[in-house]
Design a protein around this ligand. Structure first.
Ligand code: MF3
Ligand code: CO
Length: 284
């Protein structure tokens, strides 16, 4: 690669920082490095953090209010009202035509379930509520699972192991490590527990837009993919299936993603910032 194609280079008369020198060295070795735009400034990170506080407030509210007998539309209304009352915008609303403020995905629905008044939460359901917030132009994104009433031990274990997958992915992500380290660790943990990882949907950079680079696959090889540079902000959001990994995209509503074998799926998500010490959660 010629110098002209480099993303990072020493600017005339500007002393490069230690971080810049390290990234340039990674690029020289042929690793995929983030563009400068993906490295957030301290001000941008504070903005995303504030957005994350509201996003967490929404999820805490849902955790308090969710119950058997309510509709997914009721969840949508709680999300919309809380978000707007806090001066923010629900990021999903009108995003590429998505009609609601939140994604609600029950049992075999993997993700992107659309809230509606006819879908009523039942005893034994597991549901992912995926909340994304825009505040002062900054985006945050997180989701949790909720277990309603008497959930079978098998479904409960899926929910628990999926949360472990998220935390393990977070732990292995090191500054100047690789995106592939995350996916590798997650898939290992899922497989060890007899589960499969959804491959058609990924985590993503986030902050100045809903979806930025890099793609964060929940499978992969260590020491591959983009270098994790301090200042990068991205999600990890493993979707783990009890059965096979294949999914079906709804042709009817254009959004709902379901497991092909109709067995349950679970997902947990946080937005993180890479620091000098490792990942910090911005949606706690
Ligand atoms: N919140 C999802 C994610 O984690 C994206 C949902 S897009 C929507 O990336 F339009 F369905 F909201
Ligand atoms: Co996301």
């Amino acid at each position: 690669m010629g110098n002209g194609h480099r993303k990072w280079f020493v600017r005339k008369g500007v002393e490069p920082t230690e971080l810049e020198l390290k990234v340039m060295e990674c690029e020289r070795r042929g690793y995929i490095v983030p563009s400068r735009k993906l490295i957030k400034t301290p001000e941008q990170i504070e903005g995303i953090r504030e957005s994350g506080v509201i996003n967490t407030g929404v999820l805490d509210l849902i955790e308090k209010e969710i119950k058997i007998g309510m509709s997914t539309e009721d969840i949508d209304k709680l999300v919309y009202d809380y978000t707007v009352d806090h001066g923010a915008i629900p990021a999903p609303l009108n995003y590429e035509g998505f009609p609601k403020s939140v994604c609600t995905s029950i049992n075999e629905v993997v993700c992107h379930g659309i809230p509606n008044p006819h879908t009523i939460l039942k005893d034994g359901d597991i549901i992912n509520v995926d909340v994304s917030t825009i505040y002062k132009g900054y985006f945050s994104d997180a989701s949790r699972m909720f277990c309603l009433g008497n959930v079978s031990p098998a479904k409960q274990r899926l929910v628990d192991v999926t949360k472990e997958c998220l935390l393990i992915g977070m732990e292995v992500a090191k500054p100047f490590g690789f995106v592939g380290d995350i996916g590798f660790a997650i898939e290992q943990h899922a497989k060890k527990n007899g589960y499969s990882v959804v491959r058609d949907l990924t985590g993503h950079g986030v902050g100045l837009a809903f979806h930025e680079d890099p793609e964060v696959c929940h499978f992969g090889k260590p020491h591959t993919g983009m270098v994790l540079v301090p200042g990068m902000v991205f999600t990890i959001e493993p979707m783990i299936n009890m059965g096979k990994s294949q999914v079906v995209f709804s042709e009817r509503d254009g959004w709902t993603v379901t497991t092909r074998d109709r067995l349950p799926s679970a997902q947990w998500e946080h937005t993180f910032v890479m620091t000098e010490k490792g990942l910090e959660i911005l949606t706690y």
